[in-house]
Design a binder for this molecule. Structure first.
Ligand code: NAD
Length: 350
């Protein structure tokens, strides 16, 4: 398994491989860049088909965190960790404790947070052995309500701010009354985004693989239920992908009628060239990792003294960053995703 010549290797500062025979823990920690501060990123547990797949994931995701934190104006670098194993079968308290001990050994350069396959209680177990864990303390959430560390409310609020900014820029609309929005996936983030939009007067169209989530949005928010196949091609003002990655691709883009794409899901573009494809079709794409940074902003504040009003104000700066991206993209006639990456590099490269 090559590392330095791996296609996803991007001058990562540090890679650490851990094995604990007693608990069966096999994990990798990748620190991509710490120019702006310690690397913060999720600890993912996944049933990877191979070690190679786990390495690819951790290299790619840790780099993504450097870009996300830089664009969110946080004094943080980018890192990620992966535990190789099925969270439903292999996750034990002893294994999580071993991970906590490994995090401690890495020093203060990587801080782990919740991710796919790990939960706040799992991170709390690790936290017994290290301080290099974030998103584990009870606090007042961004909405002023008690919160157990779940970053979804902050992510949803940031996505709402980003969506409003994109609508204002592209459609010249400040008021969301009557704005039509199609949301793909009404889970932790998507449902909360729907609540914000409903409160602002938007008309919602929703889909999800879990029917009860859809029915809740219909009953509580007056949303219209649509099929999974038609959500992205609806004749609406905005589509908000909040479920899966790679949904903006050769098949979906030609069918999009909305003028704005603004959602929370990670890695919406199937490949970098789809960024240009959207621009050529006159569709404004609000880069996903700019919109969904609310969660990392929220987690960051846990470490520097959590005041929910400050978190909220910081999340609202997503609007300024996006406006800068949209303006540069138009001035230079280049796609927004490309501009976002360039702006991030300006912020984290020395
Ligand atoms: P979630 O699992 O709570 O919600 C996702 C929803 O999408 C679920 O209800 C699921 O049933 C639905 N879904 C799955 N496949 C679907 C499909 N084919 N069509 C329609 N719906 C489908 O996850 P979440 O925490 O709400 O995160 C949503 C997205 O936002 C993910 O891509 C995640 O990586 C990203 N994100 C989340 C956060 C956060 O704070 N939770 C932060 C940054 C990015």
């Amino acid at each position: 398994m090559s590392v330095f010549s791996h296609p996803e290797f991007d001058n990562h500062e540090q890679l650490s491989f851990f094995c604990d025979e007693e608990t069966g823990l096999k994990a990798i920690i990748a620190i991509h860049n710490t120019n702006r501060g310690p690397a913060l990123g999720g600890c993912r547990m996944w049933n990877y088909a191979s070690d190679e797949e786990a390495l690819r994931d951790v290299l790619r995701l840790s780099k993504g965190m450097t870009y996300k934190s830089a664009l969110a104006n946080l004094d943080l670098g980018g890192g990620k960790s992966v535990i190789i194993g099925d969270p439903r079968k292999h996750k034990t308290e002893d294994l999580l404790a071993a991970m906590g001990r490994f995090l401690e050994r890495t020093g203060n350069q990587y801080i782990a947070a919740e991710d796919s396959g790990t939960s706040v209680p799992d991170l709390q177990v690790m936290n017994r052995f290290t301080h290099n864990v974030a998103g584990v303390t009870e606090r007042t959430g961004i909405d002023g309500l008690p919160c157990n560390g779940d970053p979804s409310p902050a992510t949803a609020y940031g996505t709402f701010i980003g969506l409003k900014t994109a609508v204002r820029y592209k459609l010249d609309r400040k008021d969301l009354t009557g704005l039509t929005v199609a949301i793909q996936g009404v889970g932790n983030v998507g449902y909360r985004l729907a609540e914000h939009l409903h409160a602002a007067g938007a008309e919602l169209f929703v889909t999800d693989i879990h029917e009860e989530q859809v029915q809740r949005a219909v009953a509580e928010l007056g949303a219209t239920a649509v099929s999974q196949n038609e959500i992205l091609s609806l004749d609406v003002d905005v589509i908000a992908p909040c479920a899966l990655g790679a949904v903006l691709n050769d098949d979906s883009i030609p069918l999009i009628k909305a003028k704005v794409v603004a959602g929370a899901s990670n890695n919406q573009l199937a490949s970098q060239r789809h960024d240009l494809m959207l621009r050529e079709r006159g569709i404004l794409y609000a880069p996903d990792y700019v919109l969904n940074a609310g969660g990392i902003i929220d987690v960051f504040y846990e470490r520097v003294g959590h005041e929910h009003t400050k978190v909220r104000a910081h999340v609202e700066t997503i609007a300024d960053t996006l406006t800068e991206i949209f303006t540069r993209a138009d001035t230079q006639d280049r796609p927004t995703g490309e501009i976002a990456n360039e702006l991030a590099e300006e912020r984290f490269m020395k």
